[in-house]
Design a protein around this ligand. Structure first.
Ligand code: AMP
Ligand code: MN
Ligand code: MN
Length: 326
């Protein structure tokens, strides 16, 4: 992490009385964990941050301390806000539709996505740390800011979920050191794991069951894809956030290099999730289609031509796998 840049970020955060904190659409554990982790650190310093996520808090992460502070994205940047901060978000668009029209520039971006173009005035993007929560931990440590048990719990949840429970490539000794420090500061790994991994609702389970049934293996069983059709939601009673983690079912197949999940929406749009076991760079594939993410986990969103775009993405995956064998 660039120390001089990190110090500028600390100074910018410290100088804001009421920073407005945002994260990405379809938030995951790192999105909520870093949002709430930063909020605790700032509140403990006497600052009054506001927290905004499109759609508000999802039930699964309500166990995170401070989750009641999370509000939906307002129509305008709060009048009191003296810093516009975006966490864990790889592009400006992923902050959400509502904010797209705001004329205020994003003051500060804190992230770990290698594909992040740096859309803020000040950008701290640290791809060598596998979660934004870990970047924040290093930042607080450098600043000498208090990390309460509540903050540690939120940051640990972000780090754990973004590393697939410390299983993905990118999990290194530094990651585990950060995790150990967070445990020393009060995060409870088994309690957090219970909420993040062992609390699937029956509706979510039903959606997973329907989706897993659609598995199709390709490219000599080196790639596999799942499909979510719009009616799976009415059939299962699940919500859109309940798709998180389903793709791991495919990734777990022996010999597979790339897993993908195609979620079709009623209006013809398509959301794509891509995972690689390491040899194929799925961020390169996603970026080609206007998406992004990391080498081993990336995503794309198409507003139309769902089926056509699915075929194009599948062809790009086949090509990438063919190149491995060449
Ligand atoms: P997901 O498959 O939605 O879990 O996303 C995997 C990774 O790719 C995450 O780190 C996301 O932040 C990133 N990502 C997903 N969708 C997009 C997108 N449309 N544009 C840029 N990055 C994305
Ligand atoms: Mn995220
Ligand atoms: Mn993240």
């Amino acid at each position: 992490m660039d120390k001089a840049l990190a110090q500028k970020v600390i100074d910018r955060l410290a100088s804001a009385k009421s920073p407005a904190l945002f994260t990405h659409l379809r938030p995951d554990g790192d999105a909520y964990g870093s949002l709430l982790g930063l909020a605790h650190a700032l509140k403990d310093r006497g600052q009054t941050p506001t927290l905004h996520v499109e759609g508000g808090m999802i039930p699964m992460y309500r166990f995170l301390p401070g989750s009641e502070l999370v509000q939906d994205v307002p129509d305008q940047l709060p009048a009191k806000a003296d810093a516009f901060v975006v966490l864990d978000t790889s592009t400006r668009e992923r902050v959400g539709k509502k904010t797209a029209e705001w004329r205020q520039p994003v003051d500060l971006v804190i992230d770990h996505h290698v594909s992040n173009p740096g859309f803020g005035t000040l950008n701290l993007i640290v791809p060598e740390i596998p979660a934004t929560a870990g970047v924040l931990f290093r930042l607080f440590e450098m600043a000498g800011w208090k990390i309460s048990p509540a903050a540690a719990t939120c940051l640990y949840a972000g780090l754990s979920t973004d590393t697939g429970s410390f299983r993905y490539r990118g999990t290194d000794s530094q990651t585990l050191r950060i995790a150990a420090s967070l445990v020393e500061l009060g995060a409870d790994p088994s309690e957090i794991a219970k909420h993040c991994y062992l609390s699937i609702t029956p509706e979510r389970y039903q959606l997973k069951k329907l989706t897993v049934e659609t598995l199709s293996l390709k490219d000599n069983k080196k790639s596999g894809f799942l499909t979510i059709k719009p009616d799976f939601y009415s059939k299962s009673g699940a919500k859109s956030e309940d798709t998180e983690g389903i793709i791991e079912e495919v990734t777990s197949i022996q010999g597979l290099e790339v897993a993908s999940l195609f979620e079709f929406s009623k209006d013809g749009g398509l959301r794509v999730s891509l995972r690689s076991k390491g040899r194929v760079d799925v961020n390169a594939i996603a970026s080609f289609f206007g998406g992004g993410g990391h080498r081993a986990a990336a995503g794309i969103r198409f507003s139309k031509d769902g089926e056509k775009n699915r075929d194009l993405v599948l062809a790009a995956i086949s090509q990438a796998i063919a190149r491995l064998e060449a």
